[in-house]
Design a protein around this ligand. Structure first.
Ligand SMILES: Cc1ncc(COP(=O)(O)O)c(C=O)c1O
Length: 510
């Protein structure tokens, strides 16, 4: 092959993934137009599709393509599939689990971030991106009244943000060099973690993944409102110290995943100071409520923590995925994650501190998730967040009140923007023998609700009671949406009861 032929062969033609600028523009408009129509039609769409996994899988039973296809057709096909067969957490009546309604500016930010594709692992690869992440972290600290000179970074979500706090605690508080010799030292006693059973499952993953084992967790009792009991905590720490173990970490929760319970954080902080333990707060769900001037001193106590996890993809309404870890002492974060291989050429100018985020967290290459959070914070401002978060809490309070007033509903809990309750047929009210049936009935009711598309809830298990759980982290939910829920639950509950109870009683007779 001559030189000319070789040039055509090697990149001289158009690469299979290239889009000519005009084609990119046309397709971009097309995609944005369809998303715009989707957003307009959201309230009239079902929140979730009532389709089985196999039916959905069947829709994309495609072979791995040998040859490529035109991008325009592919984008249309992807949108057809997704707009008709998805669960929409952007819907005004999505109140399941804890996923925020996504801010549209976040979607546009993700487009910009992907188009430019900066790698936020190192400053030199993302000069503006890195600075935007730094400012985002400082603004988040400011919202929480946490020191703005803390260390911190954005990660994939709440679990990962909590992992960062956990790892910093392990690195700084273990009495031996865990990064060299591992998390267990039989001669020195066992590392112990203290938290309540209301803590999200990330803590079991952390104890397992980071070498302590889940048996290292002391599950501290909670009070009537599912908040950690500080007396039980003190007692457990003292017992472990007497036994020669190494307490090192207390994890408080600012908004538990089940009921939104807030631990008495200032008291937990004082206990940690007394014993020299690391105090980590999981504020993945509730932490941002600290922006509200009227929020409790218990919640605001997260500002006393050594590390805090919050989740912008929950109550900052940023699209998935983005969590944020803050560590009071930036050096602690650096000591936990920094390695300096020879193949990294890091230019350091003492007069010009440039942060290389790969040294502050678990990831090496890192995407530009900061942009969507930065733009959300700027579009809404502090006042905007006070309004949206405050409204979500007021809507949850209104729902609790409506449930209380309804003869066939039993309220179970309300904290922050989570309300839990259950359907109880009038003739089963106050009947202690009905508990197991009520759990069955409400489980079936939740399945029907999730499939029905009229509203999307999830559940909590509260001292043996299966509860329907609404968690409002949704800036599109209106009072009308909330008012419609009790009647919907009662209608479906009565329908299910009418068929389920005779079935169950005939089963128990046979
Ligand atoms: C209190 C709490 N912590 C941690 C997490 C985990 O967050 P993510 O799902 O973003 O990993 C959640 C998720 O709901 C949560 O509610």
């Amino acid at each position: 092959m001559g030189q000319k032929g070789l040039a055509a062969e090697l990149g001289g033609g158009t690469a299979p993934l290239e889009l000519a600028p005009e084609e990119f523009r046309a397709l971009g408009y097309q995609v944005v137009d369809r998303i715009t129509e989707f957003l307009k039609s959201l309230p009239s769409k079902p929140v979730a599709p009532n389709e089985s996994a196999s039916a959905i899988r069947e829709l994309i039973s495609l072979p791995f393509p040998d040859r490529g296809e035109p991008a325009g057709r592919l984008l249309e096909h992807a949108l057809d599939l997704l707009l008709e067969h998805s669960t929409f957490n952007s819907h005004p009546r999505f109140w399941g689990y804890i996923t925020g309604s996504p801010a549209p500016i976040g979607a546009l930010a993700d487009l910009i971030a992907s188009a430019l594709n900066p790698n936020l692992g190192k400053w030199v690869l993302s000069p503006m991106g890195t600075e935007i992440e730094g400012q985002t972290v400082r603004w988040i600290a400011q919202m929480l009244d946490y020191p703005t000179d803390c260390g911190g970074l954005l990660v994939s979500g709440g679990s990962m943000a909590n992992f960062v706090g956990f790892l910093a605690a392990r690195r700084l508080k273990a009495p031996w060099p865990v990064q060299v010799s591992g998390a267990v030292d039989v001669k020195s006693g066992r590392l112990r973690v203290y938290t309540s059973a209301e803590t999200h499952l990330w803590v079991q993953k952390a104890a397992d993944l980071f070498g302590l084992g889940t048996d290292s967790i002391r599950w501290i009792a909670t009070d009537e409102q599912f908040r950690m009991d500080p007396v039980a905590l003190q007692k457990s720490i003292l017992e472990d110290l007497r036994a020669g173990d190494r307490p090192f970490l207390v994890i408080g929760t600012a908004g538990s995943v089940g009921t939104g319970a807030v631990d008495p954080l200032p008291t937990l902080a004082a206990i940690c100071r007394e014993h020299g333990l690391w105090f980590h707060v999981d504020g993945a769900y509730g932490g941002f409520a600290a922006v509200l001037p009227e929020e409790s001193a218990d919640l605001r106590g997260l500002s006393e923590a050594d590390s805090v996890a919050v989740d912008p993809h929950k109550w900052l309404y940023a699209p998935l995925e983005v969590g944020c870890a803050l560590v009071r002492d930036p050096k602690a974060l650096h000591d936990t994650f920094s390695y300096r291989p020879q193949y990294y050429h890091l230019v350091e100018d003492p007069a010009e501190k440039a942060i290389n985020y790969y040294e502050y967290g678990p990831q090496n290459a890192r995407g530009f998730r900061a942009l969507k959070v930065w733009l959300c914070l700027r579009q809404a401002g502090r006042e905007g967040y006070e309004r949206m978060i405050g409204d979500n809490i007021r809507l949850a309070q209104t729902l609790y009140q409506l449930v209380q007033e309804h003869a066939e509903l039993e309220p179970l809990s309300r904290s922050l923007s989570i309300t839990t309750f259950r359907y109880v047929p009038p003739d089963l009210k106050g009947s202690p023998d009905a508990e197991s049936y009520l759990n069955q009935l409400n489980t079936a009711l939740l399945t029907r609700l999730q499939g029905g598309g009229e509203a999307f809830l999830s559940n909590a298990m509260l001292r043996g009671k299966f509860a329907l759980r609404t968690c409002i982290v949704n800036f599109r939910t209106s009072i009308e949406d909330i008012k419609a829920l009790p009647e919907l639950v009662v209608r479906l509950g009565a329908e299910i009861d009418a068929t389920l109870r005779p079935l169950e009683s005939s089963k128990s007779k046979s």
